[in-house]
Design a protein around this ligand. Structure first.
Ligand code: SF4
Length: 95
């Protein structure tokens, strides 16, 4: 089955180095850790990313999500938002 890299339609974590006006400008993020965190979230005073690109989901380690296929994300788009002091994939849905 062909898979396209899901885009991050919105990210509310504006303090992240890759965030500009609620858009993610990392080329690709990785989701995963103990739960569906954005593992690419970075808080520094350097602004990073590629200005004319919207980030995609390069990999997702959360096998228990219904969108996860072979440790990749099969959702068409995802949203990212705050969860305490870090960033979570808000599109996560348990199988
Ligand atoms: S999706 Fe992750 S890397 Fe991209 S802006 Fe949001 S927190 Fe940062």
């Amino acid at each position: 089955m062909a898979m396209n890299m899901p885009k991050i339609s919105k990210c509310d974590v504006t303090e992240c180095s890759y965030n500009k006006q609620n858009e993610c400008h990392a080329m690709a993020i990785t989701i995963g850790g103990l739960h569906a965190i954005c593992d690419t979230f970075l808080k520094t005073n350097i602004k990073g990313g590629v200005a004319d690109m919207i980030g995609g989901v390069g990999a997702c380690k959360i096998d228990m999500c219904k969108f996860n296929k072979s440790l990749e994300c099969s959702a068409s788009v995802i949203n990212v938002g705050h969860h305490s002091d870090h960033a979570d994939c808000k599109t996560f849905a348990a199988r």
